[in-house]
Design a protein around this ligand. Structure first.
Ligand code: SF4
Length: 495
């Protein structure tokens, strides 16, 4: 990294990016260093900074110096500190895949319209992971060098294949006696098929649950139909049983937002408060799993989601200031990227990308994919993102041609659009999403809903951090320290 010298002066500029934030605040220029430090300044201050007119000893000068936007030659060498910051932000690169998703079955009792192609009928044949494939997948899991591993069971409805879950957990626990990794198990489930046997087993192995709760009964049941039309009631009953057996924090919930959901942010949040959750995940729909007919009915422009998010976040901040603790999990991840020197580690917000390098999916058919979204594309007839079979060593899977193709499109700092974007230290690269939506893993940021979402949310949060009163700032900072199962598990779950 070399400093950019504009003209002779007592200070020199270090590399940074800037962005003009729209709004009434005079400090509408956001400057962000490569290591992720940020500062809001006025347009005049930006010019003074660039033209070397800043006065030494002023508060702004000291701030710029401390945050490595400028340095004083001969007085201190900023590079070791900047290198350490950059290394911390990218330390996930040294760890190997930590998130391992086992799709134990594609069968499900729900007929959710937003996942039509990612489920199979209850009695469907050939949609379950075989015992041999499961054992091979466990071998792949332990070939990862990551000291911490999250083993997540997905479907379909994974509890319909509980025997396979039991086999995998027991095998992992047995192997871990010698491996000594830090392992967390998560089952992402509707909780409709909980039994005492499942709960006893979960208790024994400290398994956590992640479920889907889309909002109040009417909305949840409309989004998530079952033949008995009681998905909401059965999910609540499952949540109650998990909490009694495993403790209140052993289950977290996620929403999937349809066009109908966007009309009722307060009702969705109120439902989470009523059910005693401390975290909510407000996820927009993804381009996977739709039948094209439902896409027109359920999908919406990302612009609408960003407006929904702003309204929902304002309500959440209001509630938190009244003493009701409910955080939004994607916001907590973004805040982590903005306010701490560390990456959140969340796979969709990594650069280089998290698909494959941070997460692997062992599909029911014995094939391995770099992400949940990549395996869902297979059900839509697109198997181009397959890494290989569970029988191949991990080294071979991670060296598959698909990984090379994705990695070429998976470094945000080198992508057209992102390379010039001030927000890139807080954002990520998601080549699988761009492949799904635009047919090209690089994609075009002007038409990218991934970009529209992250740009909209990051700018909104940065404005709140700049303009919000003490109460708002306190709430946002408090979300940094509260992490739920939804944060550690794969938020892409939609079963
Ligand atoms: S995806 Fe968009 S917001 Fe994110 S770094 Fe790229 S251009 Fe910036």
């Amino acid at each position: 990294m070399s400093a950019v010298i504009i003209k002779d002066s007592s200070y020199r500029l270090l590399p940074f990016r800037f962005m003009r934030m729209q709004g009434d605040c005079p400090q509408d220029v956001l400057i962000i260093s490569d290591a992720g430090e940020h500062l809001s300044i006025t347009n005049a201050q930006l010019h003074d900074l660039l033209d070397k007119r800043l006065q030494r000893g002023t508060a702004l000068y000291k701030d710029l110096l401390a945050r490595h936007f400028i340095y004083e030659p001969g007085k201190h060498d900023p590079l070791p500190e900047m290198a350490a910051q950059f290394r911390s932000r990218k330390d996930f690169l040294l760890q190997g895949p930590a998130l391992h998703l086992f799709v134990v079955t594609l069968r499900c009792n729900h007929t959710c319209q937003y996942c039509q192609v990612s489920r199979a009928p209850l009695a469907g044949d050939g949609h379950d992971l075989t015992a041999q494939d499961a054992m091979d997948a466990v071998d792949r899991l332990f070939e990862s060098t990551s000291p911490t591993l999250t083993v997540e069971f997905q479907g379909g409805e994974p509890l319909l294949a509980f025997d396979r879950i039991r086999q995998i957990v027991e095998r992992v626990v047995e192997r871990n006696e010698t491996e000594q990794r830090d392992i967390q198990f998560v089952i992402t489930s509707t909780l409709h098929h909980l039994t005492d046997e499942v709960l006893d087993f979960a208790h024994k192995h400290r398994i956590q649950f992640s479920t889907s709760l889309d909002g109040p009964a009417e909305l949840h049941n409309a989004n998530r139909p079952t033949p008995t039309r009681d998905s909401y009631e059965r999910t609540l009953e499952g949540i109650r049983r998990v909490r009694i057996k495993l403790g209140h924090g052993a289950v977290s919930a996620l929403t999937t937002l349809t066009a109908r959901s966007l009309e009722q942010p307060r009702a969705i949040i109120d439902e989470y408060v009523r059910q005693g959750f401390s975290s909510i995940s407000l996820r927009p729909l993804s381009p996977y799993g739709f039948a094209s007919k439902s896409a027109q009915r359920l999908d919406y422009p990302m612009e609408r989601y960003v407006l929904f998010y702003q309204e929902a976040l304002a309500y959440l901040l209001e509630l938190n200031q009244q003493g009701i603790h409910l955080s939004e999990s994607y916001t907590a991840l973004l805040l982590n990227n903005i306010l701490t020197p560390f990456s959140s580690g969340y796979v969709d917000l990594r650069s280089p990308m998290g698909a494959g390098t941070g997460a692997l999916v062992y599909n029911y058919d014995g094939y391995v994919y770099p992400s949940d979204e990549a395996r869902m594309l297979v059900e839509m007839g697109e198997d181009g993102l397959r890494l290989g079979s569970v029988r191949q060593p991990l080294r071979e899977l991670l060296n598959a041609p698909v990984m090379h193709l994705l990695l070429e499109a998976g470094i945000a700092e080198a992508l057209p659009g992102c390379s010039d974007c001030a927000l890139v230290p807080y954002c990520g690269a998601d080549p699988v999403e761009h492949f799904a939506r635009q047919g090209d893993p690089i994609g075009h940021r002007a038409f990218s809903s991934f970009c529209e979402k992250n740009m909209g949310l990051l700018q909104h949060l940065l404005r709140l951090l700049r303009d919000g009163d003490d109460g708002v700032q306190r709430v946002l900072l408090s979300w940094l320290t509260r992490r739920s199962v939804a944060d550690i598990s794969h938020v892409g779950y939609r079963g």
